[in-house]
Design a protein around this ligand. Structure first.
Ligand code: FES
Length: 162
């Protein structure tokens, strides 16, 4: 990974934005990676703006690598103000763009974020989306983080956004 991308990832994970469960979310999506076993959940809140339904806020929790956390952090910032169609059209590469071009071995980390976003947009519901692609162990870890044997990144949603 080039130094610039690595530095941006490190900066993003030092102070991840929009981290944590959103209690009043309109949509929730969860996805697991078959490549590495990592998992990411995204919550979305919509609002009306100029007669259109747009994303007000997006938050996330991750059982994943630093790159997935960094991508989710920048992606949730990018998503604010997007319509559902605009958000659905965003690729993992676009969601990760503020970090720079990810190396091939890390592309699936951005795809994890893309998958969670699509899962939330497709479900567009308050109840957690059944994570059919998530292994029972990962799902259990997400429901009971204190028992997890993987790195858990949970937190309260940042009240104030930059
Ligand atoms: Fe699995 Fe990054 S290594 S999401």
């Amino acid at each position: 990974m080039n130094d610039d991308v690595q530095t941006k990832i490190e900066e993003a994970i030092k102070n991840p934005k929009n981290l944590g469960e959103m209690k009043d979310a309109d949509a929730v999506g969860t996805v697991g990676s078959a490549d590495c076993g990592d998992m990411l959940r995204m919550w979305i809140k919509f609002k009306e703006e100029d007669g259109k339904k747009v994303i007000d806020r997006a938050t996330f929790q991750s059982f994943g690598c630093q790159t997935a956390i960094a991508v989710a952090s920048v992606a949730t910032q990018l998503l604010a103000g997007k319509t559902i169609a605009e958000a659905r059209n965003m690729s993992g590469e676009e969601l990760a763009a503020p970090l720079g071009a990810l190396p091939p071995v890390k592309i699936h980390c951005a795809q994890l974020v893309e998958g969670a976003l699509r899962s939330a947009l497709d479900g567009d519901q308050a109840a957690p989306t059944p994570a059919s692609t998530v292994s029972p162990t990962l799902r259990q870890n997400m429901e009971n983080p204190s028992n997890a044997k993987v790195r858990v990144v949970l937190g309260r949603t940042n009240e104030k956004q930059d």
